[in-house]
Design a protein around this ligand. Structure first.
Ligand code: ACO
Length: 349
């Protein structure tokens, strides 16, 4: 059975850099708080109307496709991970297929938030291993800036997120000891409401997530997205940051160790760990737990914030472009986020 290899990788971030100081125009926050709690110094925000989650993905995908030595017409499947799609439906996969003038190939959208790229990679890996496809485009892309509560009310969430896109092309390889060695996927829906955006949605307060009675008398057609939801700021994401933090620092090391043990490696064998860029303190905690050196862990949250599904491919691309990942290196990707879902992938580059 062939393995999948990452044949090409690309990334794109919008030009507009938003510093912590810039955010003080909108909310009561400050550079010291944001840097101390998250490590973030700045993030990039997409152009309001000229850039979308898909247009950013197009830029990252073009680079990945070229580096893979192939063309958009040769891609035979798309897996697109995002939590900030251009439309509620259809998904971004078909918009990417259209924008890149690809053949009438399959396009699958993945909704697994921060671990979305790893779920997407795992799905693509299975298709390559079975021989069904030969050139799969896997994308993580986010335009968070459009959906954040940029007021003091939303500051605990809004300061964290940034926009951007990352893409890889997976191809089969018969080379021994090269490619994706394994992927590991997990979920625990018990904490689904801890980090979530409840609306628009069909829950009709069934799970008791909202604290007003709008659903009781609303005409059914208005329950998906109502004026009251907007009046109550319930069209923004919700997060209990401390609970997420506590769970993340347990699940990150666990899923990394799972990948290592499945392949007979230990933490010291990792050449580069690319953790989802959720919070610099989470990455440092994971590094400490696994006794990894600074050179073994790649962090770029300082410049980009948390770009959710895009964060792992952006960090992987940057580390590779800087020459920090070379052929034969053992690379571990890991993510944890909303759902909760978490995942890892071990790759021999
Ligand atoms: N600026 C200034 N003060 C702030 C800000 C801000 N931007 N945000 C919150 N505060 C204040 C709070 O109001 C609170 O004040 P109080 O003590 O007077 O009540 C104080 O700072 C502490 O707030 P906490 O929320 O307890 O701060 P914490 O240390 O937990 O840091 C953070 C918050 C950064 C969000 C952290 O909890 C975290 O990173 N959690 C994990 C996030 C994560 O990994 N998410 C998963 C990925 S996202 C996804 O999947 C979509």
């Amino acid at each position: 059975m062939p393995r999948s290899k990452i044949a090409g990788i690309g990334m794109y971030v919008p030009k507009n850099v938003v510093t912590n100081q810039d955010l003080t125009q909108y909310m009561d926050t400050n550079d010291e708080w944001i840097q101390e709690r998250t490590g973030i110094k700045e993030r990039h925000y997409a152009h309001r109307t000229e850039e979308t989650t898909t247009t950013m993905a197009v830029e990252a995908a073009k680079i990945a496709i070229e580096r893979a030595g192939t063309t958009a017409q040769d891609i035979d499947f798309i897996v697109f991970a995002t939590l900030s799609p251009d439309y509620y439906f259809p998904g971004c996969g078909v918009l990417l297929q259209r924008a890149l003038k690809m053949k009438e190939i399959g396009a699958l959208d993945v909704r697994n938030q921060c671990s979305g790229f790893l779920y997407a990679l795992s799905v693509a890996d299975q298709f390559i291993k079975t021989g069904m496809y030969k050139n799969i485009l896997v994308v993580g892309s986010e335009k968070h800036s459009f959906g954040l509560d940029l007021t003091t009310r939303g500051r605990n969430i809004s300061v964290i997120f940034g926009d951007g896109s990352g893409a890889v092309v997976l191809q089969p390889t018969e080379e021994d000891d090269r490619g994706i060695l394994s992927t590991h996927l997990h979920s625990d829906g018990g904490s689904a409401e801890i980090l979530a955006m409840y609306n628009p949605g069909t829950h009709a307060n069934h799970w008791g997530t909202q604290d007003y009675a709008d659903f009781d008398d609303a005409p059914i057609a208005n329950m998906f997205m109502s004026h009251a939801m907007i009046d109550h700021a319930q069209n923004f994401p919700y997060m209990d940051g401390q609970l997420v933090f506590k769970k993340a620092i347990i699940k990150f090391p666990e899923v990394i160790m799972e990948a290592l043990q499945a392949n007979g490696y230990q933490a010291s064998d990792i050449k580069m760990l690319i953790p989802h860029q959720a919070n610099l303190r989470i990455s440092q905690f994971v590094q400490h737990t696994l006794k990894l050196s600074d050179n073994q862990v790649y962090n770029n949250i300082q410049q980009y914030g948390n770009t959710t599904a895009a964060s792992v491919p952006i960090a992987l691309c940057e580390a590779w472009e800087k020459g920090m990942i070379k052929n034969g290196d053992l690379v571990c990707l890991a993510a944890f986020g909303s759902g909760f879902t978490w995942a890892s992938a071990l790759i021999k580059w």
